[in-house]
Design a protein around this ligand. Structure first.
Ligand SMILES: [Zn+2]
Length: 97
């Protein structure tokens, strides 16, 4: 697997909320963020608007409201580990799917 825990900023794969989202976005130059999850993704519910959707990559926006959700690779099989960046957070250009 990857060595994501080696961040020196204090953020890491077990951070929460926006901190985790930003960590995954930056990990491995952005490769992790767009990498598909195993087993077709995780069914989840948007933590912003409540709409159900499938998280198919490590960082993905809700199809209804655009709220950004992320999961870190070490926890990618745990829907409860999905973190929500907050309603005001938007993906940088180039990260939209
Ligand atoms: Zn939403």
């Amino acid at each position: 697997m990857c060595d994501c825990a080696s961040s020196s900023s204090g953020a890491g794969p077990f951070a929460s909320g926006r901190e985790l989202v930003e960590f995954v976005l930056a990990a491995h130059g952005g490769e992790v963020a767009s990498a598909p999850l195993q087993n077709g993704g995780l069914e989840t519910r948007c933590q912003g608007c409540g709409k159900e959707f499938v998280l198919k990559s490590h960082v993905q926006a809700c199809p209804a409201c655009g709220g950004v959700h992320a999961i870190s690779p070490p926890r990618a099989d745990d829907p409860g580990a999905i973190q929500f960046a907050g309603a005001q957070f938007k993906l940088p250009d180039g990260q939209r799917s």
